[in-house]
Design a protein around this ligand. Structure first.
Ligand code: ZN
Length: 176
């Protein structure tokens, strides 16, 4: 396993939400306050400060990771450190584009989390922040999140990126 067992304490979690930090390829202390697990540009995995247990159902506890508006209870926040200064249209990847190494480590980590917490891989349970509003019907402020893969620009909608992430996560989960 990539994630140490003690990063995944007993808790009730229903979904994994994937983000990018809109920062550099390194996990800052600020980023670590908002997510449970972060992945740096070279694929290195970093633990966020809040315990996953603080986001457990039925209700979040003080100090929980606030990563998705009105959708933090039962949600694990996984974030790829990247996309500082990126522009949505016309697309500019900025100084620290999301890398293939961290994307691939993202699905490895998601698969391990799904295994630990018995989370099925569906569009409502493993999804990017950019899909939350459509897939879960929970309004989000218009912050741009994972809707393009800079290393593979053929994937340029939230749905396409989410579908690819789920396919990769499901394939890895099947082998755990
Ligand atoms: Zn986000």
């Amino acid at each position: 396993m990539t994630i140490p067992a003690d990063w995944m304490p007993p808790a009730k979690l229903s979904r994994v939400i994937l983000h990018w930090t809109a920062g550099s390829h390194k996990a800052t202390d600020f980023d670590r306050q908002h997510y449970h697990v972060l992945i740096e540009g070279d694929g290195r995995v970093v633990k966020g400060f809040p315990s996953i247990a603080l986001n457990s159902e039925p209700k979040v506890k003080t100090g929980y990771a606030a990563h998705t508006r009105n959708c933090n209870t039962g949600s694990i926040g996984l974030s790829l450190c990247s996309m500082a200064g990126a522009i949505e249209r016309p697309f500019q990847p900025g100084s620290h584009p999301l890398t293939k190494a961290q994307w691939e480590m993202g699905s490895t980590v998601a698969a391990e989390i799904c295994k630990r917490y018995s989370i099925p891989v569906t569009a409502k349970t493993v999804l990017s922040h950019a899909e939350v509003q459509v897939n879960l019907g929970i309004a989000q402020r218009g912050k741009w999140d994972i809707a393009v893969l800079p290393f593979d620009r053929f994937f340029d909608t939230a749905r396409e990126c989410g579908d690819r992430f789920r396919a990769e996560t499901a394939a890895k989960l099947a082998r755990l």
